[in-house]
Structure formats: C-alpha cells, structure tokens
Unconditional design. Structure first.
Length: 411
C-alpha cells in the first residue's frame, strides 16, 4: 500500500542542519529543566508510602489537600484515579515521600496518612471499630458476643455466614465503602443485627483498600537496573547492526535512539511527569520502535547502493528515505493515533506511560531520517566517499560505500 501516488523527491539531507538544530534545541531545553529541577521519580524509584483510598462518593480532593497539609503532610501527593473495570471506584492515591531511614519510617508514613485522613474527613466515634476496615472475622466475633438473634452458642456458624454477607455487600454492592450502616439492611441485617453492628462499629466516609511501601534502597536499586536494562538493549542493537551492516551505521542508529530517550526524559522533567517502571517499559518500547524504523531505511540504502552506483551517497540516502516514506507514515501514523487516544482517554494513571509512547513515536520516527541518516552521510563525507563516480565505482568494485553497507555474509 502506497501513501503517495508519485515519486517523492524531497531533499532530506539538504535539510539536515534544520533537523540537527531542532534536536539540539530540544536537548538543551530538556537539559536545562533536568539540571534545574531534575526528574520526578515515582514510588518505584524513590521510596515512600502509597495509600489507595476509596470514598463512598466523589473523592473530595479539594478538601483532602488542605486537610493533609494542616496535619503536617504538605509534601504528600494526591492523585485521583479512574478504574476502567469499576468506574464507580471513587479512588485516590496518596503518596508520601519517606522521611528518615528504616522500616520504622515507612510504617510511620502509613500511620501519618491514616491519621490525617481520619482528622480531615471525620470518622465518627473513635471508640468504635471502622466497619469499612473490618474483616468478616471481626464482625462475626461481635455478633457472636452480642447474640442479637438469641441463638446461643450454637449459632456461631450462622453469625459467621451473616458477617460474610455484610462484608460481601460492602465490598461489591457498596464498592468497598458503606456510607451509612443502615444500608446493611439490604444485605439481610434485621433491626436487632443492625443495632448490634451500630453498637460496635462506625462507618467512616472512606476505606483504605491498599497500601504500598517501598524503601529507598529498593528504589535506588531499581533506578540502577532501569539504566542497565536500557544500556544493554542499546548495546545489543549496536552489535547486531554492526554485524549486519557496518559499525558506523550501528553507532549512528544507537546515537539516534539515545537522542530519542534524552529528549523524552527532558520533556518528562519539563512537564513534571513521574518516571515509573511502566515508563521504563515505554522507553524500551520506544528504543525498539525507533531502531526498527532506522534499520528499514538502512536496508533500503544498502539495496540502492547496488542499483545506483553512479549517484552520490547523499542522493542515494535521499532516495532511500523517500522510497520508505509511505511505509513510515502508515506504520508510525497509525501507531501514533492509537497511543494518542490512550493518552487522551486513558486516565491520569496512564498519562506518563502513554505520553512516553506519544513522544517516542514522534521523535523516534523523526530521528531515523533526521539524525541517524545524516550521521552516516557526514561520516562518508569525512572519509571522502560521499560521491561514487562511474569509473571510480568500476575501479573500487565491492569497496567504498557499497561495501560498507553490504551484508556481513557477502563481504
């Protein structure tokens, strides 16, 4: 399938200086932001406490921010989430960076968040248990002790079953949060059972559904591993391209991909997106995508070197890029539209991941013809092999630029 119905004759190499100027500008902007404020690492990399809180209704984010700040947690981060599987989840993520060392500091962070939530939202009678944090066992224990159904000691199994029904109603029908204990009548609690539950439990307007704690040592190790994984991927690709083509083409491709990663990270710093493990996965996807597009262009250059021996190397590179332009627009364009929809409609949790893919596809596609190819042309010009005349080509035979791009098995 061809995007263009006639031959494209755009002079890509003639515009190489503009591509380089654009890249240098983006790199300098990203570097300035990186030096000034650094990168925002997620909990995976810098450690801390992450609490998932679910509310009975719409999360009062505007109330939570000043409330947590008034409790001394002004450096906490609150982010509302959207759950595709359960759009009524009404969850927020509260992240608190770690202060101090050791597991005591991490446990203290969890307690600080919970205490601040109770102080901000108001949890009713603090002498009673929170039904939204109760387990089936704790509810059954209260019912057995109070015996609201007057079944005696032999009714323990009945109370256990009733407790399981009440907790199931909370977790499923009420989406994890019972705003009013009177709602338990819908789960089979009669007036006597409801009175027993109210006597021992209160219903807070929120529930903590999950707590994640990451230590600073684990975060630092994950950062190192993320850097190593990216470098290993680039090194493996350099070896492959050097074997398949020539080392200078491998170096140009790796430099172009390295350029893609740096620009993406610079934009992450500039726009305050967090770097997490999912973002690292997106960056590795970007590395592979950009490298694939570069190899396609290099392969077409190699074919044209055998067919266009009388042309200059710059002309051959231009022709090769123009010949693969339809393929580049179709594949990159369709992929870009997909990740753009993911970025616009995937919710705040997916924003960093999808943003890395959006930027990566744009920059990765552009670097294949705007950075990698001009580097190869510049290298050939420096070596004095940019032009292959007909007589020179006949004298050189398999040497020169054509030899440089010949497959390793045909040298």
């Amino acid at each position: 399938m061809e995007f263009f119905h006639h031959d494209v004759t755009f002079d890509w190499m003639g515009k190489a200086k503009y591509f380089v100027a654009l890249s240098v500008t983006l790199l300098l902007i990203g570097a300035a932001s990186w030096i000034h404020r650094g990168l925002d690492y997620g909990i995976d990399f810098k450690g801390g406490t992450l609490v998932y809180v679910r509310f009975a209704g719409k999360p009062p984010v505007d109330q939570l921010r000043p409330g947590l700040a008034s409790q001394g947690l002004g450096d906490s981060v609150i982010q509302q989430t959207s759950d595709i599987a359960d759009p009524n989840s009404n969850e927020v993520l509260i992240y608190l960076p770690q202060h101090g060392e050791g597991t005591e500091a991490l446990d203290a962070g969890k307690s600080e968040i919970l205490n601040a939530l109770h102080a901000t939202m108001g949890s009713g009678d603090t002498t009673k248990q929170d039904f939204n944090a109760a387990t089936p066992e704790s509810v059954a224990e209260v019912l057995v002790r109070k015996d609201p159904l007057n079944v005696g000691a032999t009714g323990a199994s009945r109370y256990q079953q009733l407790a399981a029904q009440l907790i199931s109603y909370r977790d499923h029908q009420a989406h994890g949060v019972v705003g009013n204990l009177d709602d338990l009548q819908q789960a089979g609690a009669n007036s006597a059972v409801l009175a027993a539950v109210k006597d021992s439990f209160t219903a807070s307007p929120f529930a903590v559904v999950n707590v994640e704690i990451v230590g600073p040592k684990v975060g630092a190790e994950l950062r190192r591993q993320a850097v190593y994984v990216t470098l290993y991927a680039l090194g493996g690709m350099l070896i492959y391209i050097a074997f398949r083509f020539e080392w200078v083409y491998g170096a140009a491709a790796v430099l172009a991909v390295f350029h893609d990663v740096l620009i993406t990270l610079g934009l992450f710093s500039l726009l305050h997106f967090e770097i997490s493990l999912t973002v690292i996965a997106a960056l590795l996807t970007l590395v592979g995508y950009s490298m694939n597009d570069t190899i396609v262009i290099f392969d077409r250059i190699r074919e044209n070197l055998r067919l266009m021996r009388r042309e200059s190397f710059k002309t051959i590179v231009n022709r090769s890029i123009n010949q693969t332009l339809s393929r580049t627009i179709l594949t990159s364009g369709l992929t870009f539209l997909t990740v753009l929809v993911l970025f616009l409609m995937g919710g705040p949790v997916l924003h960093p991941f999808s943003f890395a893919l959006v930027v990566g596809i744009l920059v990765g596609t552009y670097s294949s013809f705007g950075i990698a190819a001009p580097l190869v042309v510049a290298w050939n010009q420096w070596r004095g092999t940019a032009t292959i005349s007909g007589s020179a080509a006949g004298k050189q035979g398999p040497t020169g630029s054509a030899r440089a791009l010949a497959p390793a098995g045909r040298r």
